[in-house]
Design a protein around this ligand. Structure first.
Ligand code: GAP
Length: 459
């Protein structure tokens, strides 16, 4: 049985050290979560697989890691200062603040069983609430010395378009990829790590000649659906494509297709794939004289770059169109966890919780377990097997002797470890061990010398 409720996954994450509420000992900070010892491994594996597919396995992609703090004019010309808003309503009775378009996900503060507006409380008219966090830069606090925490990683790639183009001698089409933190002051963060105020994104800005954008958009949609299914292990029937209606498109988008995942909370966005046209490069290279600004202001505060591309075929400068696949790392982690979470009834009536993660995603690939922890020769052999596997440098192996073997198997099942290796008395005689498969619980006997190759092939 797969996860029926988000709580099952949340409980497992807390219990086994995947994800904890942020600042918990001080009562938490809404919309923040901390990744624990296993969570950080899972998240890093997801990001590594994404980078592998989208950067290393392509000949047309470059990676960057740009600053979270950017000149405030980036956000003016990107359109975020004016349009990165959600509709906010206040309840005059309970003083709660809610996202007007998500009232069905909110609870009245006085009557938690009711939605805002269903109670006696009166809601104000919606007003625009900008979701960018502001912070002060430098020691002087005045009206000008502020910056925003970036709400998307994308702008770091747009403002570096010329730097990457020139330094890598790229020709269109090519892309820039980045994984990094983004921040949004969400009005109603909720559903665990699904909607938070600090999260990570895996984004690509793929630059093309206008005219081929629509086909490239289709190609990315197909490629990314396949990646979530084949590499991350999401079931195809749990993924859907949502054509964002024109009235809901972001200010920069000509067309956006959202990849939706069937979380236990319902169908929700996992990744957005947008055709951003020439909006961003165009608006960062606007002819400043048209902005009606004085020369001094222009010099000091506005982009003087023209973010264009010289097309040797037409001998003209053009502003490339951009296709942008933008996925949430945390939403990817949550989807992988929901997909993998399984409860099985065993013959003895017990329930086995097992995370059937793709081996490549699993935080621990191999657990080496001694059948007897008070037999020094078994312990020594088990530790040396673990160290030999670790020394190969491409898989996390752990040694565990803190419980009886049956309990150790269950613990590893729960955190998704695909293979448990048990060292027993026979191992001392013939240099073989048992290898237990997480999903089938089947066991085979293998020579120690063959272990690395066996596991490697399967992860
Ligand atoms: N650069 C385009 C962009 O940021 P978006 O649809 O606003 O587009 C892209 O965000 C992805 O980032 C979403 O599909 C989602 O996976 C993730 N995301 C957005 N807001 C989030 C939040 N508050 N918490 C967690 N993930 C979020």
């Amino acid at each position: 049985m797969a996860a029926q409720t988000l709580d099952q996954v949340v409980n497992l994450c807390k219990r086994r050290g995947f994800i904890f509420p942020g600042s918990e000992i001080y009562g938490g900070l809404q919309g923040t979560f901390d990744y624990g010892p296993l969570g950080v491994e899972l998240k890093n594996n997801l990001k590594r697989l994404w980078w592998q597919h989208n950067v290393y396995e392509r000949d047309d992609m470059e990676g960057v890691d740009t600053s979270i703090l950017m000149n405030k004019y980036v956000w003016k010309y990107s359109g975020h200062e004016d349009t990165f808003v959600d509709p906010l309503v206040d309840c005059k009775t309970c003083k709660g603040r809610f996202r007007a378009d998500k009232l069905n996900e909110c609870q009245c503060l006085l009557h938690p069983k009711l939605k805002p507006g269903e109670c006696e409380g009166q809601l104000t008219e919606p007003r625009a609430f900008n979701m960018m966090f502001k912070t002060q830069v430098g020691p002087v606090a005045d009206d000008e010395s502020f910056a925003y925490l970036r709400p998307e990683t994308a702008q770091g790639m747009f403002v570096n378009f010329s730097n990457v183009l020139v330094s890598t001698n790229r020709k269109l089409p090519f892309g820039i990829a980045q994984i990094g933190k983004s921040f949004r002051n969400e009005i109603t963060p909720r559903n665990f790590i699904f909607r938070v105020r600090e999260f990570e994104q895996m984004e690509i800005e793929y630059f093309v000649t206008p005219g081929v954008d629509e086909q490239v958009h289709e190609d990315f949609i197909k490629d990314h659906v396949d990646w979530w299914v084949n590499v991350v292990g999401l079931s195809r029937e749990n993924l859907d494509m949502y054509e964002v209606p024109a009235k809901d498109l972001a200010h920069y988008s000509k067309r956006t297709v959202d990849l939706m995942y069937k979380y236990p909370i319902g169908w929700e966005e996992l990744e957005g794939i947008a055709n951003r046209t020439d909006f961003d490069l165009g608006s960062h290279s606007k002819d400043q004289s048209k902005l009606g600004l004085t020369a001094k202001v222009i010099e000091n505060e506005h982009s003087t770059e023209k973010l264009t591309y010289f097309d040797h075929v037409t001998n003209k400068h053009l502003v490339p169109f951009v296709i942008e696949p933008s996925a949430g790392v945390d939403r990817g982690v949550l989807a992988a966890l929901c997909e993998a979470y399984t409860e099985e009834k065993l013959e003895n009536g017990e329930t086995r919780v097992v995370l059937k993660l793709k081996p490549a995603l699993a935080p621990i690939k191999v657990a080496v377990l001694p059948l007897k922890k008070n037999e020094p020769r078994i312990v020594e052999l088990a530790k040396s097997i673990k160290n030999t596997l670790l020394a190969k440098g491409d898989m996390r192996a752990v040694y565990d002797e803190t419980a009886a073997i049956g309990k150790l198997y269950r613990r590893q099942d729960e955190v998704g470890t695909p293979f448990c290796i048990t060292v027993d008395f026979q191992s001392l005689d013939d240099a073989t061990v048992t290898v237990r498969d997480r999903d089938t619980m089947g066991q085979i006997r293998l020579p120690i010398a063959d272990l690395y190759g066996y596991v490697r092939e399967r992860i």
